[in-house]
Design a protein around this ligand. Structure first.
Ligand code: MLT
Length: 329
């Protein structure tokens, strides 16, 4: 073994001490500049709505702004791909939903492993989805829509945010349950998909209440039902798809916060603290409540809670897609 002269060893030890001191100092003062929260879908859509409101609340605890960056494309896989390669310094975060669990079953060459390439901060809220038609679509309720969908199949245009998006997942399960095939039109997020529905350029959209409630209440679209097994408080008169004939139909959207693998634990702890405080912040909680979202219980607001949930959802959706004959592309 090569011997390191005493004077060099002392210098190396001193440097090591200085580096760890400066890391501690950095940890203590973290964060010292704005953080970026990557949203993998278009601005103004349901994920973006949660991200901006959550970011505003978390920044009160962190003492630094959280800047939302929309990195759209490939069904919401470009955002996580970017974050998995970002510098793990605690300044880049990702918000994502069920797409983290479904992407491995949809993409052969996914450039990241959702279960390994991130640090996990915690879950945020669960959001129901709503199935809607354009205002001028003939059916007025779900039973009529089921008959119309079976009779018209591919003449019906279904908008979504691409493979990996929950709008696409919901549409896939719907077509499967109806035994019919629509024509799918992918957008960079459901904000532009909703504009297309409002403008009558597409026929049908399944999307989260965090974007759809104002449009439904304003009468801009026709509501056929909600995707939860039970009716929801925000739309008590809306039937579930299950009670309208699609037995067992259920999609609930959940959101989690991630950081690049290797982000220091001290930073993750600090971000997690800001997350948990935000989930109790009346400004955030009231807004979520008004939009039909339900804040997750404390056990899910943790790194372990998010990772365990992601693991079980990956198994669940992977199995369901295999059963439905969906092959990764
Ligand atoms: C989706 O998965 O459909 C997204 O939530 C869309 C979006 O946030 O724009």
């Amino acid at each position: 073994m090569k011997r390191i002269p005493m004077s060099r060893r002392a210098a190396l030890l001193a440097l090591g001490g200085l580096l760890s001191l400066s890391a501690q100092a950095q940890d203590k003062n973290y964060p010292t500049h704005p953080l970026t929260l990557v949203v993998p879908f278009a601005a103004g859509g349901p994920t973006d709505v949660v991200a901006r409101s959550l970011g505003a609340s978390m920044s009160k605890t962190l003492g630094q702004p959280i800047v939302v960056e929309n990195r759209t494309g490939a069904g919401g896989t470009l955002g996580p791909s970017f974050v998995s390669r970002a510098h793990p310094d605690g300044y880049t975060l990702l918000i994502h939903h069920n797409g983290m669990a479904t992407a491995p079953a949809l993409y052969k060459k996914l450039p990241y492993d959702p279960l390994k390439d991130f640090e996990y901060v915690g879950q945020v809220a669960d959001v129901p989805m709503t199935l809607m038609g354009r205002k001028s679509l003939p059916p007025n309720d779900m039973p009529a829509f089921i008959a119309y969908a079976r009779a018209n199949g591919s003449k019906i245009n279904l908008a979504n945010a691409g493979p990996g998006a929950v709008s696409q997942l919901c549409g896939t399960l719907l077509q499967d349950a109806l035994g019919t095939q629509f024509t799918e039109i992918p957008y960079a997020g459901t904000a532009p998909a909703m504009s297309a529905l409002l403008g009558g350029q597409v026929d049908v959209l399944c999307d989260q209440t965090t974007q759809t409630l104002p449009q439904i209440k304003g009468g801009g679209v026709k509501l056929y039902g909600v995707t939860t097994l039970e009716r929801i408080k925000a739309l008590p008169d809306a039937p579930t798809l299950q009670e309208s004939g699609l037995k067992g139909f259920e999609v609930m959207v959940w959101h989690g916060i991630y950081a690049p693998k290797g982000t220091p634990k001290a930073a993750i702890d600090r971000i997690n603290e800001a997350l948990r405080i935000a989930l109790k912040d009346p400004a955030f909680a009231t807004k979520m409540n008004e939009l039909g979202a339900v804040i997750v219980p404390p056990a899910k607001q943790t790194p372990e809670g998010l990772h365990a949930w992601l693991q079980s959802e990956t198994t669940k959706w992977g199995g369901m897609m295999k059963k439905a004959g969906i092959e990764p592309q």
